[in-house]
Design a protein around this ligand. Structure first.
Ligand SMILES: [Fe+2]
Length: 134
């Protein structure tokens, strides 16, 4: 997964976190591709999961701070993703290194994140910047 200019929100902290997320997702994809064991993949999954939680919390704090009107919807999207990610991580415990886990990461994490950043976060950031976020 690659960071693309279309993903730029213009808010430094968010952009830095998105880049870090992509870096960690690539680590996970590499671990799975190299046929790393369940334990290693599990560790990378956990690491990524914790980062996702922190990043969403930071975005949500920013939305609240600037009184973003679509905060409830955006928060609900984050919460849904966190649940799906947890289910996916739990699945690793049963089917380590399986093609299905790799496909799930591609479809549910990579594709989701790319679309979420470009369609949801970029719009959110544009409004927050109007209110003074940088
Ligand atoms: Fe978001």
């Amino acid at each position: 997964m690659q960071w693309e200019p279309k993903m730029a929100t213009g808010i430094a902290k968010i952009d830095a976190q998105h880049k870090e997320l992509i870096r960690r997702i690539n680590k996970l994809l590499d671990a799975m591709k190299e046929g790393q064991g369940r334990e290693m993949v599990g560790e990378v999954l956990e690491f990524l999961g914790r980062y996702v939680v922190e990043h969403f919390a930071d975005e949500e704090a920013l939305m609240k701070r600037y009184g973003y009107p679509k905060y409830p919807e955006h928060k609900a999207i984050h919460d849904r993703f966190k649940k799906e990610f947890e289910a996916l991580a739990a699945d690793n415990g049963k089917r380590a290194g399986s093609l299905s886990l790799t496909l799930q990461v591609q479809n549910k994490v990579v594709d989701w994140l790319r679309k979420h950043i470009m369609n949801v976060d970029v719009k959110m950031a544009a409004q927050l910047k109007e209110k003074g976020a940088a």
